[in-house]
Design a protein around this ligand. Structure first.
Ligand SMILES: *Cc1c(COP(=O)(O)O)cnc(C)c1O
Length: 363
């Protein structure tokens, strides 16, 4: 069977070159005599894999020297607890910007640990835009400000980096990490589940400024303690070995293409193709504010739930899978992460045109 174009929000496509390389190295990695899945995480051969992974990620994202890179487990959702446990050590206050479902979940989880305020929200507009903030939006003694940079479900992203002054900015970048360059120095913590743009599910990357380490609340579970993890080189326990290996291959793939500037160009070309079409016609509606459109998750609706359903079903018959929108918003969502080829988006566009022609909305 031929490979199909998978528009899933996650787990999502991995670059074909990465899959081929992993496949070639599956039974026997270099001269280790076994697969990466089978080797000791303390062995020199694995030690090199995880060290290379960190070095390559630092190179790809140009992570400054005063930041630690952690390879953890538990998904981005575990960070919803880890962030407050590790950072609510001053005033015990944190400010959250609510721009979608994941930032709302993070906000709700943090309530368990301190004085948490939603300082801005677009909930009343069904999260169709990202709220604007300025320095005065935040409590001056907050321990941190939390945002979700790209809203996977609604298809929006921050078109600015909030100015929080001296307050550390924490960003969930699960669905936009590695999609374009980000100035890491503007953030106190960046975290991301790997299964959108980096590796298989099971790995979570945390990038944290060193001065924020070592402030965890006393009751913080060891597994969630950033300093303990940093001091142990992400090997306090067995790390998600194979996921880290795939992530390493993905970082090499990005560098081979020319890095994040080139990745951004490719992603913009794909997104512009879809948004350009959506803006040129009236059959489909793109429900989010133009200046907040996501580069990774493109949402659209026909305005008719039955037609939306038919669209997803027929797309699947045409080798374009997982285009159904999230259950909480309906409609369609095309997730076009780094590994989605331009060709896949072209094919989706032809299908959209064909579907609009064949399925009149008139009675
Ligand atoms: C997918 C996603 C999550 C949830 O990630 P898990 O790894 O399933 O916990 C959180 N935040 C964002 C922005 C996501 O896209």
């Amino acid at each position: 069977m031929e490979r199909i174009f998978n528009f899933s929000a996650g787990p999502s496509m991995l670059p074909i070159d990465v899959l081929k390389r992993a496949s070639a190295e599956m039974l026997c990695y270099e001269d280790s005599g076994c697969s990466v899945m089978e080797m000791s995480h303390r062995s020199p051969v694995y030690e090199k894999i995880i060290t290379d992974a960190e070095r390559l990620l630092r190179e790809v994202m140009q992570i400054p020297q005063n930041y630690k890179v952690l390879f953890l487990q538990g998904g981005a959702s575990t960070q919803f607890s880890a962030v407050p446990l590790n950072l609510l050590s001053g005033s015990g206050k944190a400010d959250y910007i609510l721009s979608g479902q994941f930032s709302t979940k993070a906000y709700q989880e943090a309530q368990k640990y301190g004085d948490i305020v939603a300082v801005a929200s677009s909930k009343d507009a069904n999260f169709s835009f990202v709220p604007k903030t300025d320095r005065n939006s935040f409590r001056s003694d907050a321990d941190y400000v939390h945002i979700c940079f790209n809203n996977t479900i609604y298809g929006t992203k921050f078109n600015y980096i909030p100015d929080t002054g001296d307050i550390p900015l924490v960003a969930d970048m699960s669905s936009c990490i590695l999609s374009e360059p980000f100035d890491v120095s503007k953030f106190g913590v960046i975290y991301a589940g790997a299964q959108k743009n980096m590796a298989p599910a099971g790995l979570t990357v945390v990038i944290i400024r060193e001065d924020l380490l070592g402030k965890a609340k006393a009751q913080t579970p060891s597994m969630l303690d950033y300093k303990l993890m940093a001091d142990n080189g992400s090997m306090y326990n067995t790390p998600p070995c194979y996921c880290i290996y795939i992530a390493k291959l993905v970082y090499e793939w990005i560098l081979g293409l020319g890095g994040l500037e080139e990745m951004k160009k490719r992603n913009e070309k794909k997104a512009n193709l879809l948004y350009g079409y959506l803006d040129s016609q009236s059959y489909y509606l793109a429900p989010v504010a133009k200046d907040c459109r996501s580069l990774m998750n493109v949402t659209f609706v026909t305005g008719n739930a039955d037609l939306d359903k038919k669209f997803a079903k027929e797309a699947e018959q045409n080798g374009l899978i997982n285009l159904k929108g999230h259950r909480s918003v309906g409609g369609m969502r095309a997730s076009i992460y780094n590994a989605m080829p331009y060709e896949g988006v072209e094919k989706l566009l032809s299908f959209m045109e064909e579907f609009a022609k064949n399925n009149s909305k008139a009675l």
